[in-house]
Design a protein. Sequence first.
Lengths: 460, 442
Amino acid sequence: MLSQGMIENILDEAALRGADFAEVYDESKTLQETLATQKTVEQCQMGRESGVGIRMFKNGNCYYGYTNQRTEAALSGLVKDLTKAMKKGQMSRSALGEKKIYTMGPDVILATGLPSDKKMEPLRRAIRAGMEYDDEIVQMRVKLTDMEQEVQIANTEGLFVQDTRVKTRLYIGAYAQSGDDIQNGYYGPGAMRGHEYYDLIDVEACAREAARQAKVVLHSEPCPGGQMSVVVDNGFGGLVFHEACGHSLEATVIAKNASEFCGKLGQKIASDIVTLVDDGSLANEWGSLHVDDEGTPTQKNVLIENGILKTYMVDRLNGMRAGLAPTGSSRRQNYKFAPVARMTNTYIAPGKSKAEEIIRATERGLFVKAINGGSVEPATGDFNFSTGECYLIENGKITTPVRGATLIGNGGTVLKNVDMVGDDYDLRQGFCFAASGALYIGAGQPTIRISNMTVGGIKS
Amino acid sequence: MINTFIQEFTEAAHSHEISNLQFYTEEVRKVSVNVYQGAPESNFESEVTGCYVQGEYQGKSGYIYVEDFSKDLFEGEIADLKEVALLSDSEGRVSALTKAECEKKNQLTDVNTLAERLIQAEKEALEKHPGVEKFNHFECGETIRRISIRNDQGGHMEDEIKYAFFDLRVEAKKDGVVQTAGGEVLALSAEELDIASAATEAAGEAVGMLAAQPIKTGTYPVILKNSVICEMLGMFIKSFAADTIHKDLSKLAGKKGEKIASSIVSLVEDPQMPGGANQRSFDDEGTPTSRKEIVKDGILKMFLYNQEEAKKDGCESTGNGFKESCRSKPGVFVTNLKLEGETKTLEELMRDMGDGLYITNCDGMFAGADPVSGKFSLISKGYRIVDGKKAGSVNQITVAGNFYDMIQMIEGLGEDYLMNGGESGMIIAPSIYVKELVVSGL
């Protein structure tokens, strides 16, 4: 880590050269990712990423530079390059406060301290359980990710914090084959914990779940296309709202009036039964951090409460541009990205209906049990996501398994079309890819029904 | 800095029974600028050196990635390398390195010059299409990657590539309806980027989409725009790679010599392709690169190999041992991949099609297309084509099919070549006319 003295010299240099605001983000990260199948260890990436990002603001503009050279000469050179067109200024920076240090709990078991065999055990157990699930499972592809990240953040307003984030995840992919048809399923449990996590979850059950999905999809019919009711299962189904409205509530698009939800604070944008939360402070969750990547403590942000838009997710720069206060939402993959407002753990709060009731009340529709991923254009609100395991709902019953469905819609419309919310809330883990890189996120919800959506099928 | 690290780490590793060391180093320099409403809003500048170290321990190959070159981390790094070697199943490999010096000394364009070009392009596009509300995103930048591979036997190869990109998202608005258009374009340098015409084209497209409506679910002949084809090829090229075949995840396995695509198309990889932004003389393992016809007149001619996969099949690497990122071990990727064949203007393709759809944009491909089975189902927008002419715009539909069936049904290629891609390969493709795809809408 950079010394306090060196950080102060960099901030002084930035202030002297005209910046209105300057920030130093100093990161060291150990990342180990091992991908194995039942046959072989395909890849084992072991690496240390280490570098410094310097961000400055001047008249609402942002200047960002990064390097892995940690010398004062290199960092000061970067400040000089970035500020060469800036008018010299008089900003007097605040002295750094006493460093606030956030750490993981005492019971965290770091992967770096484990013998190799012990570290790989969850991965081997998952592969074994998946292969044993069924003869049609021809391949298990399992990735074990262990990350230990230490960041130090300081700025010209006197903020000075250090945060340690330890994450572990087991991404389990299962492939089922019949003839030359190969289909897959996945399950990817993860947490803001060390390897003690694997004592808390049933790795074999997770692997069997991935294998079960693959087998169901393999024996599914092509999904018909058209308009219908859609019931999304609890858990990672919450990704629908991550795409449908989450990204459109990030300050990056709000500050540019490039979101369908601009200017709608306090207005009703969803049906009464929709409450949407983003909470980066949830203990031990995959999408959590102690402080965001600008050093603001994470918090529970109720974005939509009973259908009313309450707040956006705000980072410092776009908050300044839009006149909004930061919400502890600013994130970046690493020092190679400038931070912007992103989601952490985003979920629809539980409602009152029972899952079975929701299915029973649906005459014709699609039951989406597994979701792969999606994207959105915030300006229009048009979003899409691709599904895994799905079933037709006919006369209030789950019937034929179908595959290949892509759900499309418009965020504002879908939020208003949520007509049933279950009481079976669950939160799952995934990744989100956007402007400030690939980030670990949580997505959750209870079982939810959307009265009408376009289902993109593969059968006309 | 890096030379000292290589020398000192070699000594330390040798004294810990690690031999056959190889250092793959990437020095990456980047600049970029974002412009918003006629003025720059953010500048970016960076310089990072990463090193991927490979070595042999107890007959097995281990590797680590390093960004902090301090000597006090060596002990941990050597332990990591040994751990990876014992975990991985790959036998120790030594790539014989030849000498390759690189005279290229590329320079990055000044950010102010980039900003001025964006501002000018924005102005022209807004003048031409007053229906445009604003450019939500308008960014341009350049990257220089200097690659060097060194081993502990004196081998040293060096190469450098430079490329430029711009990325834009234009918003049009009318009577409460909002539509957007845009995308990313790459070239060898910022000078070669035709920013102004792309900005004007995107502006026209955003305005053109304002009246868009879904259409009836059914099967339609479709022209897919160049950007859609580039993205798809970038995803499905992995099926032509030996690693995918050895993982039992390629539909093309065992099909060498067979007709896998329409006889009017060929697929060529050319490391020295004029204008290709990934001009490499050797791959990330030090194997010389060369021009290859992967598909010739619809017939699958060959698969692509790196050293590890070539060994499995008892053949030579095809010079396609490229890394997805500096930190990963070499996989199988391409330099500059081009979809070739006799081309026609877009108007001619539309005339040939008669009635159908011209799809200008598909989103969500990373999740909506499955590289293993070939199936895709993607949110799309574009135009209805009636009697060979544009007849109203279309949105909120999905276009679905199977990539491997689709390439058999290519009826024509446009002449509107676009280059897209990234560090694991550049893809150069035109719009294509496909006999039929499944469309879901109303």
